[in-house]
Design a protein around this ligand. Structure first.
Ligand code: HXC
Length: 257
């Protein structure tokens, strides 16, 4: 069945997922979660795709988990259903996922952006974890990923006060990779995605894997994992081609992209 809450569009080797519940500012309900997770899995398995982009509207990336869906739930339901645990399936994607954030990325919206590998923000972006204002706390990994991204001081500030920060403060804090002028936003996101998609896919996937390993393990183990991964790329035709192209002063023609 066709997804109802997202728009899907393949442009070259980039798989776009546009959150599309405009009347609810892309609030993340169960249906949208299933649509996003399903689309990511399909792009991840598609050999024609090298990079995935998740974006929203100009006004809102996503204004949070759907408060109207959550409101009637009891503890027993939230606990037994493991409400929203399926978002974890995003982490199974092995191709890079770019979060392209314009407007509100609040609560679960900020958490979704942080589950992606790289956040590119429009200068209009606003990030926050306002759950405290609803009598709850972040529930899709925000307390962990925000703290790793920006450190304890800023994470405590945002999560305890519920305040919202703009794109500039988000970049200064290390939450976002780049801030882009609003009128160039989607063009720049497309350029970044095309750039990554033009590289050799095995090296791109391995690069994502080794960077993410830094969040899961100690330094010595991480460095060893990187060195083994680096060595294994010498078994690919694209390493042969990439280094030959440099020596011959020409552009590489990667086979695997
Ligand atoms: C459900 C939402 C929503 C949300 C907005 N809407 N955010 N519906 N869940 N998170 C709906 C509004 O109810 C409204 O619907 C419509 O979208 C437009 O929103 P407005 O509030 O009228 O727009 P505006 O005045 O521009 O204000 C924008 C806003 C505000 C500042 C972003 O909407 C807002 O504060 N939203 C909630 C943000 C939030 O608290 N997020 C955290 C959620 S908790 P109607 O029908 O009235 O037109 C969370 C927990 C994660 O994410 C953990 C889960 C396990």
């Amino acid at each position: 069945t066709e997804p109802q809450t997202v728009l899907l569009d393949k442009r070259g080797r980039v798989g776009w997922i546009t959150l599309n519940r405009p009347r609810a500012l892309n609030a993340l309900n169960t249906e949208l979660m299933n649509d996003v997770v399903g689309a990511v899995a399909a792009y991840d398995a598609d050999p024609g795709i090298g990079v995935i982009v998740i974006t929203g509207s100009e006004k809102a990336f996503a204004a949070g988990a759907d408060i109207k869906e959550m409101q009637p739930k009891t503890f027993s339901e939230v606990y037994t259903e493991d409400f929203f645990a399926d978002w974890d399936r995003l982490s199974a994607a092995r191709k890079p996922i770019i979060a392209a954030v314009s407007g509100y990325a609040l609560g679960g919206g900020c958490e979704l952006a942080m589950m992606c590998d790289l956040i590119i923000a429009s200068e209009t972006a606003k990030f926050g974890q306002p759950e405290i204002n609803l009598g709850v706390i972040p529930g899709i990994g925000g307390s962990q990923r925000l703290t790793r991204a920006v450190g304890k001081a800023k994470a405590m500030d945002l999560i305890l006060t519920g305040r919202t920060i703009g794109a500039e403060e988000a970049e200064r804090s290390g939450l976002v990779a780049r801030v882009v002028p609003a009128d160039r936003f989607l063009d720049v996101v497309g350029e970044v995605a095309d750039t990554i998609a033009s590289k050799s896919l095995p090296s791109v996937m391995m690069a994502k894997e080794v960077v993410n390993r830094a969040f899961e393990t100690g330094l010595a183990e991480g460095v060893k994992f990187e060195r083994r991964s680096f060595g294994s790329l010498f078994a690919t035709e694209d390493q042969t081609e990439g280094m030959a192209a440099f020596v011959e002063k020409r552009q590489p023609e990667f086979r695997h992209r």
